[in-house]
Structure formats: structure tokens, C-alpha cells
Design a protein around this ligand. Structure first.
Ligand code: SF4
Length: 385
């Protein structure tokens, strides 16, 4: 007779950050575990996390703790947390969260994924999560998860393109949600190739106005806030509504290229390599979090002549306080509008939207002025010939 408990799949939950749950769910399915995806981060998760977290800790910690509480109360067996060494609080998150959950009397098992151990860290994590020793299975799970991350980031880029140009409000979002379902339904290499084509077709169904005047904005800041629509109050949607196409400077795929994917498989300059090159005149070394990348992202956006850059950071985030204090010194070399936004659980929506609208207005007037100036100088040059 089969022991019922021995065949029961382990339910494992990760915290949310954008669409990352689609990637780790695939990896867990492949290794024979059951992904437990708690409800997407919401006011409920925020209030649970805030209630049980130290007041001055950064916003991502509170949201992640809230995710875990909801997951455990929803019935997960394990909660898994990423952790890393480094100069900021992320290195402390794991232990603090495990202690907080134990103090609250929750009995779920706690797993840690050592992020900066690269493939080895992911491999060890999958081994511990599954309780198996199946190297080929683990490598396949890692590969599929990485492919999904790239596909998902690509989809976000498409969403931003279509959302800024859509003729019917909400059309791009509708096809984006259909595309997420497509990506979620394939867990093989061939399947994901097919999914990539299907997603392209799906997004092309969005009706757009190709002649619309579009502004281009980069978003940089602390990686969690840049990628998580709840904590950044869906900034990309708001900007899209105003005709702004957004490019995220910090994505999970760019992070994977630097921290997980071995050098021989990387193509071109990675985000961290570019950060070391462009941030040098203003910031000499890594000071933790994403500060080095953020400083370089301003220089990179300026180099490409785009219309503006928005920097989002959690209140009390030490590395981003440093980067925001470097931006004024960069203005001598970088002629680009920068909007710094600091978020916490108290951030009100109305004031936030007003600031974004004012920034978009400023960029639009600036762009039109430039067009007029360029036209005048061309006319002057033609008259001189
Ligand atoms: S980068 Fe900032 S917000 Fe993120 S863990 Fe570190 S201190 Fe907290």
C-alpha cells in the first residue's frame, strides 16, 4: 500500500515581485513540487507586513512578510526567500523574516535561495526544496525558469509600447493578460518557442495609433519597486495612459545576466558592466542595493537622448538615498529631467499622480521646444546655402 504522505507534493511559495511567480512556478513544477502562488501583493499583504515588521524597515520587507503570512494561512508547506550578502538590508531579510514568522507561531518550513551563488545556489535550492537528487531535472528547471524570465521581460517591453499607443483604453492590458496565460501553459524549450510566437501574435492584436506623439522614459531605482506594480502604484500604467513608453532599466533578466548566467553564455555588455563604466565619474564603487546601476542609468538615459528618467526608491533605503544625492552633481554633464519618487505605506495616490503628470508635462514642453529649435536651425542653415 502506498503511503499517502510520501506521494504528497510539497507546496512551496515565493514572495511576489512583478511576474516572477510564473518563472519559479515552472521550476517547481518541473522538480515535482507544487507551486503555491499567494494572492498578488495588495493592501491586505501590506497591512499584515506593516503590523509585524519594524517600523523603519524598507517597504519590500513589509510586503514580502505580508506575502508569506498570506501564503502560510492559505496552506503552503514551505516559504522560500532569496538572500544575498552585501552592504544593504537584503542580507538580513532572510533571518528577520524567519524569526518574525516563528514569533507569530507559524509552522511553515523556511527555505533560502542564495542568489549570488549563481547556478550552484539555484541548484542547491532545488535540491533542498524537492528533497531529491536529480541533477538533470534541476538543470532543466533552472534553464526553463531563466527562459521564462526573458520571455516575461520581453512581454513587459511590448506592453509598454502598445499601452502608450493604444486607441482603446485597456486593450493592451487585456492582451497582455492573455499572453501571461500562454507563457504559463508551457514548461518545455519547444513549448516556450511556440509561446514566444503566440505572445507576439496576441500583442499585435492591440489597435494602435502609430502617429501618436510618444514620450520615452526610463525607470530606475530599487529593483523590487521598479518591477512590482503594487509598490510603485502601477506607475507604468499611469505613464502609458499619458502616452509615455517606459523602459525598465532594472529587470530580473538583466540581473540574471550579471548574477546567474555564466560568462560564456552572455552576449554584449551586462547592466553591471555598463554601471561600472558609466557611474565611475560620480560613484567609484558598489555601495549596496542598486545604487551603482541607478547612477549609471541616468548617464545611459542621457547618452541615448531620451525624454526623462524616473527614480523610484523605498523610504529608508540606504543605497538609494545615496544615489538620489548624487543626481544633482550629475546635472552638470547630464541634461535630462529626473523625477525622484520615494515610496512607503503612507504614500498617497493623488499627490503621486500629480507629480507624474507635472513631470510628463515638463518633458512634453521640453521636447516640443527642441523640435521648434531644430526646425529653426535647419531653416537658417538652408538659407545660408
Ligand atoms: S536595496 Fe534598499 S530597499 Fe532593497 S533591501 Fe536594500 S535597503 Fe532595503
Amino acid at each position: 500500500m502506498t503511503n499517502k504522505n510520501s506521494t504528497k507534493k510539497r507546496k512551496i511559495s515565493f514572495p511576489h515581485m512583478g511576474t516572477i511567480s510564473y518563472a519559479w512556478s515552472a521550476a517547481l513544477r518541473i522538480i515535482g513540487c507544487e507551486p503555491y502562488v499567494e494572492p498578488y501583493t495588495s493592501k491586505k499583504a501590506l497591512s499584515l507586513g506593516t503590523k509585524h515588521a519594524p517600523e523603519a524597515i524598507c517597504l519590500p520587507y513589509k510586503l514580502i512578510l505580508g506575502n508569506f503570512i498570506e501564503a502560510i494561512e492559505g496552506g503552503t508547506d514551505y516559504v522560500a526567500m532569496i538572500t544575498s550578502p552585501g552592504c544593504c538590508r537584503l542580507g538580513e531579510y532572510g533571518k528577520c523574516i524567519a524569526n518574525a514568522l516563528a514569533d507569530l507561531g507559524y509552522e511553515a518550513n523556511y527555505l533560502e535561495l542564495q542568489l549570488y551563488d549563481g547556478i550552484k545556489g539555484m541548484y542547491n535550492f532545488l535540491k533542498e526544496a524537492s528533497g531529491k537528487n536529480a541533477p538533470f531535472l534541476f538543470l532543466r528547471a533552472i534553464f526553463i525558469a531563466i527562459l521564462k524570465v526573458f520571455l516575461l521581460d520581453n512581454l513587459e517591453t511590448k506592453l509598454s509600447y502598445y499601452r502608450a499607443r493604444e486607441t482603446k483604453a485597456g486593450d493592451a492590458e487585456k492582451h497582455y493578460k492573455n499572453s501571461l496565460k500562454i507563457i504559463d501553459s508551457y514548461d518545455t524549450i519547444l513549448g516556450l518557442k511556440k509561446a514566444s510566437k503566440l505572445v507576439n501574435n496576441e500583442m499585435q492584436k492591440v489597435e494602435i495609433n502609430p502617429k501618436k506623439e510618444i514620450l520615452h522614459v526610463d525607470i530606475t531605482g530599487e529593483i523590487y519597486l521598479v518591477n512590482d506594480e503594487f509598490s510603485n502604484q502601477n506607475i507604468e500604467k499611469e505613464l502609458g495612459r499619458m502616452g509615455v513608453q517606459v523602459r525598465r532599466s532594472l529587470t530580473v533578466s538583466s540581473f540574471l545576466k550579471d548574477a546567474i548566467i555564466p560568462k560564456i553564455f552572455r552576449k554584449g555588455e551586462t547592466h553591471l558592466q555598463r554601471a561600472n563604466r558609466l557611474a565611475k565619474p560620480y560613484l567609484m564603487r558598489d555601495i549596496g542595493g542598486d545604487a551603482l546601476e541607478c547612477v549609471s542609468d541616468v548617464a545611459y538615459a542621457n547618452e541615448r537622448g531620451i525624454d526623462g528618467i524616473i527614480h523610484i526608491s523605498p523610504f529608508t533605503c540606504m543605497p538609494e538615498i545615496m544615489s538620489q544625492n548624487i543626481f544633482p552633481a550629475m546635472r552638470e554633464d547630464c541634461d535630462i529631467p529626473i523625477l525622484p519618487l520615494i515610496m512607503d505605506e503612507q504614500t498617497g495616490r493623488a499627490g503621486y499622480i500629480t507629480r507624474i503628470e507635472a513631470f510628463v508635462d515638463l518633458m512634453r514642453r521640453r521636447k516640443r521646444k527642441k523640435v521648434v529649435e531644430n526646425r529653426k536651425s535647419t531653416q537658417k542653415e538652408t538659407a545660408q546655402i
